[in-house]
Write a new protein. Structure first.
Length: 305
């Protein structure tokens, strides 16, 4: 089954060129099936790019997914047309009475600030608490992973001496978990962050399971509540050129920008990236949807607690 998306969402046409089957609302209404209801809180500056990256991965499941996009009332994005936000996004207040089978909360460019200093932190806390009772399984990415671990479990974040930037090998610590079904012993994950969480803090919390890590990039995946919460410190959703775009953007405004590690062929930006994470990205999102959402969420969505 395809993804069910709002009519005219730009990602629909972009992904059709990649032979990815997506369906707009008009056509989906003709199918007699209960789709899984998914909501994405997109905090990234380039909304359309992030939408497309996530939808590309979610499209690999044979299940029909109905995707909604959430935005914050307390923050107005600067890099996405207001028309796009008004057409495809709804405030948390509009969605808070609804229940969802799954939720994704993305990273945000505020990781070097204290959580309490982020202008929309109060609203984020409301959403984190709401997700516990209105969403069956929630995936937190990058800054959202650090913020969710801090809010729910009191896990602090720590500044890095230099940016963690590049592609780093990860090892699954509990390879028997369904989230890792089909994974190799090592898998690659893009990272782009200035802060980290420490493994000792994770291991000291009895409610958390450290399920993947790297000797280079540290903690990468944490699970809680039997898979109702996943905290991913990297960016498996990144498209091939995302780190390249970030590197060239930052190099144009700063002099301390380093090459992303293990990313460019022969460490030469002119040769382009060597994509080493795409297969496991598709596997992880498909496994999450299948084993932690579809097979666990109540058929009567109102029964989510």
């Amino acid at each position: 089954m395809p993804l069910r998306l709002p009519d005219k969402l730009p990602a629909i046409e972009l992904l059709k060129h990649e032979n990815i089957f997506v369906m707009d609302d008009s056509r989906a209404h003709m199918q007699d099936i209960r789709p899984l209801r998914m909501v994405i809180l997109n905090l990234m500056p380039l909304k359309i790019t992030t939408e497309t990256d996530l939808i590309r991965l979610l499209s690999n499941t044979p299940l029909q997914l109905e995707i909604s996009f959430m935005k914050l009332k307390s923050h107005t994005p600067k890099n996405t047309p207001i028309e796009h936000m008004m057409m495809f996004y709804r405030d948390f207040e509009e969605l808070r009475q609804k229940k969802f089978d799954g939720m994704i909360i993305t990273g945000a460019p505020v990781e070097q600030m204290e959580f309490e200093d982020v202008s929309y932190w109060n609203e984020m806390q409301e959403i984190f608490a709401w997700a516990r009772t209105h969403v069956y399984s929630t995936m937190y990415i990058c800054w959202a992973a650090q913020a969710g671990l801090y809010f729910h479990y009191g896990i602090p974040k720590y500044p890095l001496e230099k940016k963690m930037f590049g592609i780093f090998p990860q090892r699954a610590l509990q390879p028997q978990l369904p989230i890792f079904r089909g994974f190799d012993d090592l898998f690659q994950m893009p990272h782009s962050r200035h802060t980290e969480v420490h493994r000792d803090d994770i291991l000291a919390c009895k409610d958390l399971q450290l399920i993947a890590e790297s000797p280079d990039s540290g903690v990468s995946m944490v699970m809680a509540r039997g898979g109702r919460e996943f905290f991913i410190t990297g960016h498996l959703e990144y498209a091939p050129l995302t780190l390249d775009t970030e590197y060239r953007r930052d190099r144009g405004v700063r002099t301390d920008v380093e090459l992303p590690q293990h990313y460019y062929i022969d460490d030469n930006p002119d040769k382009g990236p060597l994509v080493t994470w795409r297969a496991h990205a598709n596997l992880m999102y498909s496994n999450w949807i299948n084993y932690y959402v579809y097979q666990e969420t109540p058929y009567d969505i109102s029964q989510i607690r």
